[in-house]
Design a protein around this ligand. Structure first.
Ligand SMILES: [Zn+2]
Length: 311
């Protein structure tokens, strides 16, 4: 039976929590800028999802269907974008999703923004790269069966990344994580996370298929309150049972997302020569930036997503 869950990659809730908690892993030299702007970094964690309503090129930046490239560890797929395009053609590579490469583009932009000591760009790129990094940690963002559509499990995408954290994170997840780490090999680190996600996607799907057999439909779904509205959704009992079955995987991937986001931010700052963030330029957003933020919001409220929607 179909179920309509308004949801996005990690859900808005997950993305916003990840950027928020990542700030606390930074060293004091970065906290001087990131802490006063934590609200911006939190709010704008979801801009890339909103942009999918305005820009057709946006959707493939959020996922990679890595199982379209053979078997784990997918050695058939060259890890460099140009080599992948040479081998498979650009349409195929883009169609299967480009999140690992887009993260590297965003990291270069963020590093340049630190070098320029451009506050507006630092905040914007930091917020946005946090989104793409987090998406790469979600198992179903690295699977062609991204919403269980091939195995009669439609809805599992939003179930894993929205319903589970929204129900359990505040009460049960532990977000004490330690400190941001320097990443010496950004592409290597990024691919490692993608391969983990790809490998975990089988567990995500299998565990739900098994659990589904143990729950009658009227216990699997329930009318419960969500964001102040009564909606039909995966029941609390089913969500809790699923979380147990996957051994808190959502919490583990969320914690690793937070560590990764903080570590990418920190690495960009180090690679830019550790600029002094107390004395910084371009403090304000330009009129153009502000217009773009507003346009993102209105397209998202009124529009149709262009390209694949993760629901
Ligand atoms: Zn996304």
């Amino acid at each position: 039976m179909g179920i309509s869950l308004q949801s996005f990659c990690w859900g808005f809730y997950g993305h916003q929590r990840i950027n928020y908690y990542a700030v606390f892993l930074l060293p004091p030299e970065m906290l001087v800028l990131f802490k006063p702007n934590i609200q911006f970094l939190t709010d704008h964690a979801v801009d890339p999802d909103k942009r999918r309503y305005a820009v057709a090129d946006e959707a493939p930046r959020h996922f990679i269907d890595i199982d379209h490239y053979g078997q784990y560890p997918y050695t058939e797929l060259p890890r460099k974008y140009d080599d992948a395009v040479k081998k498979f053609g650009e349409d195929t590579v883009i169609g299967n999703g480009i999140v690992p490469w887009h993260i590297q583009i965003m990291q270069a932009r963020l590093t340049n923004a630190f070098t320029e000591k451009n506050q507006a760009k630092i905040l914007r790129y930091a917020a946005e790269i946090g989104h793409y990094i987090s998406d790469s940690h979600v198992p179903l963002h690295a699977s062609g069966n991204h919403d269980g559509q091939l195995t009669n499990q439609k809805g599992i995408h939003g179930f894993w990344e929205s319903r589970v954290p929204e129900l359990l994170a505040e009460k049960q997840f532990d977000f004490m994580i330690g400190k941001a780490q320097y990443i010496s090999n950004i592409p290597g680190y990024t691919w490692d996370r993608i391969l983990e996600s790809g490998a975990a996607s089988d567990t995500v799907l299998r565990a739900e298929a098994e659990l589904n057999k143990l729950f009658a439909g009227d216990r699997k779904f329930a009318f419960e309150e969500r964001n102040g509205k009564i909606t039909r959704q995966y029941s609390t009992a089913y969500t809790q049972a699923y979380n147990n079955r996957i051994n808190n995987m959502v919490e583990r991937r969320m914690r690793l997302s937070i560590l990764s986001v903080a570590s990418f931010w920190y690495t960009a700052w180090v690679n830019a020569g550790q600029p002094d963030l107390k004395n910084i330029n371009n403090l304000a957003f330009t009129a153009e930036d502000i217009k773009e933020f507003e346009a993102l919001n209105s397209d998202w409220r009124t529009g149709q997503s262009k390209g694949r929607v993760h629901e």
